[in-house]
Design a protein around this ligand. Structure first.
Ligand SMILES: C[S@@+](CC[C@H](N)C(=O)[O-])C[C@H]1O[C@@H](n2cnc3c(N)ncnc32)[C@H](O)[C@@H]1O
Length: 304
């Protein structure tokens, strides 16, 4: 097997393989180029723990062989597994509930009025992980506009990690994960899962509102239309500052109406350049400003 010239590394106790600084740096560089995720040296143990499983699955004898497999460029499936293993998908329903409250009180009344006049309304959950965020958006929209699924309102939900997206599309969650939702939302949008009563499945119009798609935020975006609301929370925190800045400016280029909204995570902040394109409204909520030539409804994005 190629790549076994390095001394064979046997897994230590707990099934972990030794990961040298050099192999860590090479794999971290690869991940950064592919995803924008920046793994500083302090993340070596995290990488070792999460990828040792992949070494076992591939029956490799050490990280040098794994690195060769990845760098060879012939095993995209393994690259996908590595990315899934190294992304952090932690999320929950109505995470940072003030964003959903702000959306209900200040943003949706106007957007719903626009949709009821036949206009196009688009929301984007960028880095949606296992789906709790876009479903929370959908429940919030449906509360403001029960007929939303019959209007031109859609929520695009994207993530890099296909395994997280599979869970999102299945829409099946443990009952206790529904705790942040109101009893009304739970009743209205979930039914007990058929095969396991401790789980609940999202049903009804919220599913019609959301389109799940795999999208790497640092690659090309296959849409041209604008977004009235973008929620990108707890994603860029893993990126280096230049990648963050580029992403904020790309979001701004897809928010073409003064007053479009961007929500980011509580431990994230806009770059100085992006701060000239948005105005803070509520801690980590922002309004698009300084739109040069006010666009009307741009061309539709393909998911819509
Ligand atoms: C911690 S979760 C955040 C989930 C949700 N937005 C929230 O705040 O609860 C971060 C997500 O960002 C995704 N992600 C990381 N890098 C990405 C990239 N380059 N493109 C798209 N998604 C990415 C990960 O796969 C992960 O699901």
């Amino acid at each position: 097997m190629p790549g076994l010239t390095a001394p064979a590394a046997t897994p230590a106790e707990g099934g972990q393989y030794p990961l040298s600084e050099e192999d860590f740096a090479a794999l971290a560089r690869f991940i950064h180029q592919r995803t924008g995720i920046f793994l500083p040296p302090a993340k070596r143990v995290l990488m070792q723990t999460r990828l040792s499983k992949r070494l076992r699955a591939r029956r490799l004898d050490g990280f040098r062989a794994y690195r060769k497999l990845i760098e060879d460029g012939r095993d995209e499936a393994e690259v996908g597994h590595m990315i899934s293993a190294l992304t952090t998908n932690v999320t929950r329903f109505r995470r940072e509930p003030h964003h959903f409250d702000h959306l209900s009180a200040k943003v949706l009344p106007d957007l719903v009025a626009r949709a009821r006049q036949g206009k196009r309304v688009r929301l984007w959950s960028a880095g949606c992980a296992t789906g709790e965020e876009p479903y929370s958006l959908a429940f919030t929209v449906l509360k403001a506009c029960p007929e939303a699924a019959t209007l031109d309102i859609r929520i695009l939900a994207t993530d890099l990690d296909p395994e997280a997206l599979r869970i999102a599309e299945a829409g099946v969650y443990r009952e206790d994960a529904l705790a942040p939702l109101s009893p009304e939302d739970r009743r209205q949008h979930f039914t007990p899962a058929r095969d396991d009563r401790s789980q609940a499945r999202v049903t009804g119009p919220s599913r019609d509102l959301i389109r799940f798609r795999r999208l790497n935020l640092i690659e090309a975006w296959p849409f041209t239309g604008g977004f009235d609301v973008i929620m990108c929370r707890n994603v860029v925190i893993y990126f280096d500052p230049e990648t963050q800045d580029r992403l904020w400016r790309r979001f701004a280029s897809h928010q073409r109406r003064t007053g479009d909204h961007l929500y980011i995570g509580h431990s994230e902040s806009l770059s100085p350049t992006a701060r000239q394109l948005y105005r803070a409204v509520d801690g980590t909520g922002y309004i698009r400003t300084a739109v040069p030539a006010e666009a009307t409804d741009g061309p539709a994005a393909p998911h819509q």
